[in-house]
Design a binder for this molecule. Structure first.
Ligand SMILES: [Zn+2]
Length: 448
């Protein structure tokens, strides 16, 4: 028998300071410590490897003498759930030993979740469910399917955050602030990337904040040039860190708010633990986040992400068409509808859409109604309803003379002419677009 031997005496988990951590904290770095008795000639070269969460780290040692020692075989940010780590010496079996059976070990550990130091506030300016919606939550389905925390459709496969989505680029142009959801330290950021993405993606502007105890939050898709903090800077809860935008892998103006503690956390599974003022589930809310009146088909003039230009003045000329639109969320099986009111308050016309074919999580809906040949002068109104309940009204004026004024809107200039004449008296049209499962956070973003 050879006297030479490498003997693994123990494998254990230690924290970032090297202290034993049999129940390491989720979200913090921990290491696999391998304790070793060495009885080999000086200058012997051998390898050590450690495996944690499926990743194996291997490195070489050149021996200086005979002794007992230890190595940090590998390290990782601790995730939720019980796991096993292992370590091995001479994994290639390159060193002849008297005992080849004592070269490895493993350790089971159950992580501890340290509390979030402070509950979150809403990180986006404006009012949730009035100015913006919760388009996506964290995907809870581990397969290629998707399900939000209530089993509903407000997510997409592998989505790791909440998407708080504005009705259009108008919000970005007006400057909606993004705030630190809790106090912390800025650990990462990016700025300077184009921010009006709908289809073509680039790198995102973002800020990452560490809150302590292994908790981090990420704020993606910020407006170009809006990031107002620096890495290493301490931020207070509610401090503005940037403006909402559509940079990176994003198809609409929105904030991708991710909470990580080792891995992505769906805070709405336990809302009162994480939020100072938790919100209801988006799928329980009937909500119109924006609505307007215009004089041409919003879908044919411009993409709806560039808010349809307002047209609030019509004449008594014949052949005019009023278009109304709404950006809404609704419970399943509730139809959006529109009512046109004359200046005297009576109903001129109403749509009669049914729940069939209505998207199950809201979207954009439009109608057009031809005004009568000589519409009553005064203030007309459009009522916007969901499931038979009128939630909003917008108005426009019919004047005795004069033509529609040219309208200049944000972003790009859109000049509208009078509506095209229509032959049918009360033609009603509608276009309902399923809300895109936009708001992606893939490809070009650094992912955790
Ligand atoms: Zn997102």
């Amino acid at each position: 028998m050879l006297a030479a031997n490498l003997h693994v005496s123990s494998v254990s988990i230690v924290d970032a300071n090297g202290n034993p951590a049999p129940s390491p904290a989720v979200g913090l770095l921990a290491y696999v410590r391998l304790d070793l008795d060495v009885d080999l000639p000086t200058s012997t070269v051998f390898s050590i490897s450690g495996t944690m969460y499926g990743f194996t780290n291997t490195f070489q040692i050149t021996l200086q003498g005979t002794f007992s020692t230890f190595f940090y075989a590998t390290g990782a940010t601790i995730k939720h759930g019980a796991a096993t780590a292992s370590a091995q010496v001479d994994p290639e079996n390159a060193v002849p030993e008297s005992d080849e059976s004592d070269n490895s070990g493993s350790v089971n550990f159950t992580p501890t979740q340290l509390p979030l130091p402070s509950k979150f506030i809403q990180p986006l300016g404006g009012t949730a469910f009035r100015n913006y919606g919760y388009v996506n939550y964290v995907d809870q389905d581990p397969t290629s399917g998707f399900a939000d925390y209530r089993g509903g459709p407000y997510t997409y496969d592998t989505h790791d955050a909440i998407d708080m989505t504005e009705p259009s680029f108008t919000a970005m142009d007006s400057g909606v602030p993004v705030m630190a959801a809790a106090a912390g330290t800025v650990i990462d950021l990016a700025d300077g990337n184009y921010d009006r993405n709908q289809f073509i993606y680039n790198n995102a502007n973002y800020v990452a904040i560490d809150h302590g105890n292994g908790w981090q939050t990420y704020y993606y898709h910020l407006r170009e040039g809006s990031v107002g903090v620096k890495v290493g800077q301490t931020v207070s809860q509610g401090q503005v860190i940037g403006m909402v935008g559509s940079s990176g892998a994003s198809s609409a103006t929105h904030l991708h708010f991710a909470v990580y503690n080792g891995d992505a956390v769906e805070t709405y599974k336990d809302p009162f633990t994480y939020w100072r003022d938790p919100l209801p589930y988006q799928g329980d809310v009937d909500q119109i986040v924006d609505a307007g009146v215009t004089n041409a088909n919003p879908t044919s003039i411009l993409n709806v992400e560039e808010r349809p230009p307002e047209m609030r003045t019509f004449t008594q000329a014949s052949g005019q068409t009023v278009w109304g639109w709404m950006n809404y969320y609704a419970r399943a099986n509730l139809a959006p509808n529109f009512t046109l009111y004359r200046p005297n308050g009576t109903v001129f016309s109403t749509t009669n859409y049914t729940a069939a074919s209505v998207p199950n999580r809201g979207g954009y809906s439009y109608f057009s109604m031809a005004l009568p040949a000589s519409p009553d002068p005064g203030t007309w109104q459009v009522g916007y309803s969901i499931g038979g309940v009128e939630l909003r009204r917008e108005s426009f004026t019919v004047t005795a003379a004069g033509g529609p004024a040219a309208q200049v809107e944000q972003g790009t200039t859109y000049i509208l002419t009078a509506a095209r004449p229509r032959s049918t008296a009360a033609r009603i049209r509608r276009a309902t677009r399923r809300r895109s499962r936009s708001s992606r956070s893939r490809t070009s973003e650094p992912r955790r």
